[in-house]
Design a protein around this ligand. Structure first.
Ligand SMILES: Cc1cc2nc3c(=O)[nH]c(=O)nc-3n(C[C@H](O)[C@H](O)[C@H](O)COP(=O)(O)OP(=O)(O)OC[C@H]3O[C@@H](n4cnc5c(N)ncnc54)[C@H](O)[C@@H]3O)c2cc1C
Length: 382
């Protein structure tokens, strides 16, 4: 059978797109096949992101914060986020929400298979799994099949272990999210803790590093235990849930287009929507899938082209990553300089690709010129 759309990979990007298609009165009638090698039935990740107002997935937001905190050795700042809210969504809530919604559509099928190739044959996209071949007008891919080559020359890993802890006594302020606490040893590279309380007795505490290699399992555990005891001053707690993740922060060119394959559109991390300088992806996936829906509705090719601003943000990201990779300035110093000197709205607009050119200038002007100029020139030529 030929499908209108195949969604290859049903994680964050694939299911965000599916939900948007099914919310549209015309597109929801299309024949859609969703392929993933895994069943999406575990709470394998927690997504945090920031936005103004209510988003499409508002009803499954677990918690949101209006105040964010940043800490480094010589300063500590709490920011009122004004119009922005920092939000948390549990992976399992997201998967269940979209998959339950999709159940009412007979024109949507799901299959659990490992995809081995995606190509174009006779002006249609073809998806091969170990047993079958499926065809469609468009394939929206978020599997890693088209990832570029990453190595220690062009990439860092953002790796982290997070624990959801529950304390006996009320110790947290659930209104304040700790975005980055850099008061930790930086021996491996940029290293910080993230503390997101969802009640007075529960919080997600995450030990995060931007480095070339992952650590030994025990090192994450020791760092989390020490931080909870020494910085949060909590002795009595239980660990309700753990998560581990590795996100690529790369100069390698992830691309939403595949040369000569106009029926295949890359989404999510595969399409370059993981921000190279921070690893945030969720909010960029939402913007991209929203644009795809607009194009599909208007009968256009569903691959939004990069505009001038998109290219500028990519260049900023690559420049910042180049500075860290070339060890011209460390991550802690860069983030501490920005958070010490600029307002949170400006920083979040900049990091969320929503800033004005004036705001870009404001953020960049607090950083030392030389390392960024050298890295920026290098990335312009690459
Ligand atoms: C633990 C963790 C926490 C994160 N937290 C945040 C956060 O707080 N905020 C944020 O913005 N980002 C976060 N990220 C980064 C990013 O948002 C996620 O990785 C996000 O899930 C990326 O979306 P995606 O759709 O590109 O990939 P995925 O969600 O990983 O989806 C890809 C899907 O493709 C399937 N697949 C892969 N290969 C094949 C194959 N060959 N055949 C069939 N199926 C295949 C996979 O099973 C998977 O379901 C986090 C990542 C991790 C790992």
């Amino acid at each position: 059978m030929k499908y209108d759309y195949i969604i290859a990979g049903s994680g964050c990007a694939g299911l965000s797109l599916l939900y948007r298609i099914l919310k549209d009165p015309v597109l929801c009638k299309k024949h859609i096949l969703v392929i993933d090698k895994e069943q999406k039935n575990t709470n394998d990740r927690t997504w945090c992101f920031w936005e103004k107002g209510n988003g499409l997935f508002e009803s499954i937001v677990t918690h949101q914060w209006k105040t964010l905190e940043f800490l480094s050795d010589d300063f500590q700042r709490k920011f009122d986020m004004k119009a922005y809210r920092y939000k948390m969504i549990q992976g399992i809530d997201f998967y269940n929400f979209v998959l339950d919604f999709a159940k009412q559509f007979e024109n949507v099928s799901f299959t659990s298979e490992n995809i081995t190739a995606i190509t174009t044959v006779n002006d249609l996209a073809e998806v091969s799994t170990e047993n079958t071949t499926y065809t469609a007008t468009y394939v929206f891919n978020s599997t890693s099949l088209f990832y570029p080559k990453m190595d220690t020359e062009n990439s860092l890993l953002q790796h982290f272990e997070g624990w959801v802890i529950k304390t006996k006594k009320p110790v947290f302020d659930k209104n304040v999210g700790r975005l980055m606490d850099f008061r930790l040893s930086q021996e491996h590279g940029a290293t910080f803790m993230y503390v997101l309380p969802t009640s007075e007795t529960e919080a997600l505490v995450e030990y995060t590093l931007f480095t070339e290699k992952v650590l030994e399992k025990e090192q994450y555990k020791t760092a989390l235990k020490n931080y909870i005891q020494d910085y949060l001053e909590i002795e009595d707690y239980e660990v309700l849930h753990t998560e581990f993740g590795i996100i690529p922060m790369s100069l390698a060119k992830f691309s939403r287009n595949i040369p000569n394959e106009k029926h295949i559109i890359n989404l999510g991390t595969a399409g370059g929507f993981t921000k190279a300088s921070s690893g945030y992806t969720f909010q960029f996936v939402q913007k991209h899938t929203e644009q795809i829906i607009d194009l599909l509705k208007n009968g256009k090719h569903p691959n939004p082209q990069l505009n001038f601003r998109d290219k500028m943000y990519q260049w900023y990201d690559r420049t910042l990553l180049e500075v860290i990779l070339s060890k011209k300035m460390d991550g802690k110093e860069i983030f501490a300089t920005i958070f010490k000197n600029r307002e949170i709205e400006t920083i979040l607009a900049f990091l969320g690709n929503e800033s004005s050119v004036w705001e870009d200038m404001k953020v960049m002007s607090c950083l030392p010129i030389k390392p960024f100029l050298v890295a920026g020139m290098k990335q312009l030529r690459s």
